[in-house]
Write a protein that binds this ligand. Structure first.
Ligand code: SAH
Length: 262
């Protein structure tokens, strides 16, 4: 999915391939500002220090990793399943002059090519919903984290049981968004604990991120001429409709988690 969609997506939404965070109705932040705000909320949970080794799981085109390294002086390794993203992210690190602190490599989060306890902290910013088995990937994150290290996760969650109509909308979300792992926030917390972590914080930011559904629909509709060649007119219509329905679905939520490895 990302091999084909990353460039158009970046041109429509920006280099932060995740939701935005708006602090209430009156917040006038642009998508670019709001997506950076969500990066910052997530990085605040990580609280990385200078020279720490951070793994960024599902790094996109590198914007969060570069922000983290730029702000804290941490050394970041980003991984993605998409070769095209790794090429873009590597170029971005060069351009930012951060290539000595930040590197990117092609890898599958389900099978991390790193030894046990290699990293001081792990970031997974809106990537774990793509994993075919979230329990397994959480085990991998735990394995590569050193004792005393911390993980910060930002991801889609469900806030309760849906009606049959809501369940149908979520099925569309799974299909059009490549969403393979989606469940109740309590299930997510239990899986984090079962992987061996001590859960520290859970922040329900559903209200602050909800505007992203409509903003995505608006942005893609406005860029119709550019996006139809890669997703087709029907694909665009389906995606926009799903976003608008999700915007109205109370159970479609978003959470930030932090957890420590003892
Ligand atoms: N964290 C980035 C990108 C989020 S998009 C940002 O916030 O900008 C989701 C990311 O997860 C993409 O980079 C995608 O390539 C990656 N991804 C999906 N499945 C993966 C897997 N199995 N292993 C590694 N990365 C994966």
């Amino acid at each position: 999915m990302y091999e084909q969609s990353t460039d158009p997506y970046v041109s429509v939404w920006g280099e932060n391939l995740h939701f935005g965070y708006w602090d209430g109705e009156q917040d006038q932040a642009t998508v670019a500002e709001a997506t950076e705000a969500l990066t910052d909320k997530t990085l605040a949970l990580l609280d990385a220090a200078r020279d720490e080794r951070v793994l960024d799981v599902g790094c996109g085109v590198g914007a969060p990793a570069l922000r983290l390294a730029g702000q804290t002086g941490a050394r970041v390794t980003g991984i993605s399943i998409s070769q095209a993203q790794i090429a873009s992210a590597t170029a971005a690190a060069q351009k930012a002059g951060l290539h000595e602190r930040v590197s990117f490599q092609h890898a599958d989060a389900m099978d991390l090519p790193f030894p046990d306890a290699k990293f001081d902290s792990v970031l997974a910013l809106e990537s774990l919903h793509h994993m075919p088995n979230r329990r397994h990937v959480l085990g991998e994150l735990h394995r590569v984290l050193r004792p005393g290290g911390r993980v910060a996760i930002a991801d889609f969650v469900l806030l309760g049981q849906t009606t049959p109509e809501g369940t149908r909308i979520l099925e569309d979300f799974r299909r059009t968004g490549g969403v393979l792992s989606l469940g109740l926030v309590e299930e997510y917390q239990a899986e984090i604990v079962d992987a061996g972590f001590t859960l520290e914080q859970t922040l329900d930011v559903s209200a602050q991120t909800r505007r992203s559904f409509a903003a995505t629909a608006d942005a893609f509709e406005a860029a119709r001429d550019r996006v139809v060649p890669f997703m087709g007119a029907e694909g665009l219509t389906a995606m926009v409709q799903t976003c608008r329905q999700l915007a109205e679905l109370p159970q479609a939520g978003y959470a930030l988690f932090s957890a420590g490895r003892v």
